[in-house]
Design a protein around this ligand. Structure first.
Ligand SMILES: O=C[C@H](O)[C@H](O)COP(=O)(O)O
Ligand SMILES: C=C(OP(=O)(O)O)C(=O)O
Ligand SMILES: [Mn+2]
Length: 550
């Protein structure tokens, strides 16, 4: 876990002097002028491998994290951890007892931070590598974490599936995979409507266990500030477990690759995936034959970060702390905070809060996002154009992605802004079958395919995927090699909000992503070879490779 990584000397490699210690005073969020490129102090140093992917490529050169987001005086003028409350804050609960809310947030403000600034800066450096095509992000976990379903086994099983997925993608794409759980804080849920149908009644919508209960009663749906405390405690316990799993030997490659792939026999590309898994097993045996002990940290440890939607601003404010080494403010509820599709108004409270914290950020983008609006949003949260600071998480369904995504990419390219492009193939693919919210595996996969296709056409960089998934064997999404039918949905449907890919569907999707990463790697190799042997053709080859013509 990055916290321990910090102990290994990787937490904050940025020369502190290069980071302003501006204590924010803040001004209102205006679309900043076109983003200035920041001069990056990039000294190449060889660091003791301190995370699995750098370690797994012995001798890997880990550059110091890019100068973290610091926010200059102009950008942070008028900002404070509470300045969001001067703006319209959508999707906030209406607490009947404000004193109780104030007491609960005061209690949280007295609690230790859940994450530290150095861990956030390490993650930002990893996300900068994803933006540059030197790593790939795998973000996964529940749509809504639950108090009732909280268990070590559930966290362990999702963690394990994510490790398996990252091994597949690392091998397939010969690229490090940055792992981030939708965990340890993914409680609050934006809803499309304030009321929802429960049986033959209309009740206030369930907004996540941190706010109200999923039970279909008036009482359960009343926002309760005491839930904030339970969410904090569960997040702390989840993080503790993840730190233990990632550094305590549970990430042992022998365990990770004990995968039951029988379901693959029925998957579309099942045989190819089975062959890839056999190659992975052979590669590990080869590394061991070369003398790498299974007990070596390379084989048993990993990096793992957590992120969630920055939605409930009273909670986030209470966990906003000033970093003693830089003077910057960080959201200490999680390493990575993203702004949802429903709350990303440029003049809204959520972007006002997010622009002033030093964490790496995300923003969800549907087909409703205009290119110019996206450019303004990025400039407003990342005026210094620091790589790794902002991930743009697109979610719109395959067809809309093919139509709308190119213009978004080109607008950002023309603005000179650096972003990490991430595909969320879930939130543009929701439908109801017999009144049950579900997703079809084939549509999820089609959106990932479209994401890679568009980047290939434009010669830009696919930086990662963002999935709602679980290590449990649930029946919430239709299809995939495990061939879940519509009639199966009600048998193991446990999500509290959106349907999740189960372990088999998640692993199957990872094999597909691995095949696209491998294809991209081959295309780039062709171009590099052409550039080396026939430089005059290199330009054509680059164009051809990017357009998938070999
Ligand atoms: O996770 C995303 C949203 O919170 C969710 O899709 C909203 O669901 P709804 O459209 O049923 O409100
Ligand atoms: C609410 C979510 O997504 P979006 O904002 O994209 O709808 C989510 O990822 O939980
Ligand atoms: Mn969701």
């Amino acid at each position: 876990m990055a916290l321990l990584q910090g102990a290994l000397g990787c937490g904050s490699l940025v020369p502190v002097s290069s980071v302003a210690a501006a204590v924010p005073s803040g001004n209102s969020l205006q679309a900043a002028p076109s983003a200035r490129r920041c001069s990056r102090n990039r000294r190449r140093q060889v660091f003791k491998p301190t995370s699995v992917y750098s370690a797994r490529l012995p001798g890997a050169v880990l550059e110091p994290p890019i100068v973290p987001f610091r926010g200059d005086a102009e950008h942070l003028a008028q900002w404070s951890r509470a300045s969001w409350s001067d703006r319209e804050a959508l999707q906030q609960p209406d607490y009947p007892d404000h004193d109780a809310l104030q007491k609960a947030t005061a209690w949280i403000a007295r609690q230790p931070p859940l994450v530290f600034a150095g861990e956030c800066r390490t993650l930002q450096a990893h996300l900068a590598k994803c933006a540059a095509g030197e790593a790939f992000l795998l973000q996964g976990g529940d749509c809504a974490e639950s108090f009732k379903d909280f268990s070590a086994d559930r966290i362990r099983d999702t963690f394990r599936v994510m490790l398996q997925m990252s091994v597949v993608m690392t091998f397939g794409g010969s690229i490090p995979v940055v792992k981030m759980g939708r965990m340890a804080g993914q409680f609050a849920k934006p809803r499309s409507s304030p009321m929802e149908k429960c049986g033959d009644r209309q009740l206030p919508s369930y907004r996540g266990d941190i706010i109200n209960g999923p039970e279909q009663t008036e009482e359960a749906r009343i926002p309760n500030p005491e839930r904030l405390k339970e969410a904090y405690n569960q997040s702390s316990s989840t993080l503790n477990l993840l730190r233990a799993f990632s550094k305590g030997g549970y990430a042992d490659l022998r365990r990770v690759t004990q995968w039951n792939l029988d379901f693959m026999a029925k998957a579309d590309e099942g045989q190819a995936y089975l062959e890839l898994s056999r190659q992975i097993d052979a590669a590990i045996k080869f590394m061991v034959a070369c003398g790498l002990e299974y007990s070596h940290p390379i084989m048993t440890e990993t990096d793992f970060h957590v992120g969630h939607e920055c939605l409930l601003l009273d909670y986030e404010q209470a966990l906003t702390r000033q970093d003693s080494t830089t003077g910057l403010w960080y959201g200490c509820s999680g390493h990575f905070l993203w702004c949802g599709e429903r709350t990303r108004q440029l003049d809204g409270a959520h972007l006002e809060y997010l622009r002033g914290i030093g964490n790496p950020l995300g923003v969800k983008v549907s087909d409703k996002m205009e290119p110019s609006e996206l450019v303004s949003l990025i400039a407003a949260v990342n005026p210094e154009n620091v790589p790794g600071r902002i991930s743009v998480i697109v979610r719109m369904g395959a067809n809309k992605l093919r139509n709308k995504f190119p213009a978004l990419i080109q607008a950002v390219q023309q603005s000179g802004q650096v972003v990490t492009w991430v595909c969320d193939p879930m939130h543009g693919n929701i439908e109801a079958v017999n009144g049950i919210k579900t997703r079809r595996y084939k549509n999820v996969r089609a959106e990932v395919e479209a994401f890679f296709d568009v980047h290939e056409e434009l010669g830009t960089i696919p930086g990662g995927v963002h999935l709602e998934m679980t290590g449990d064997n649930v029946t919430e999404c239709v299809g995939g090699g495990s061939s879940i039918e519509e009639t199966d949905l009600s048998s193991r449907y446990h999500t509290h909000c959106d349907p999740r890919l189960n372990a088999e569907q998640s692993l199957e999707l990872a094999f597909y992503v691995a095949s696209r990463l491998a294809q991209r790697k081959d295309s780039m190799a062709t171009v590099e070879k052409q550039a080396a042997t026939q430089p005059h053709l290199a330009g054509l080859a680059m164009n051809g490779a990017m357009n998938g013509h070999h």
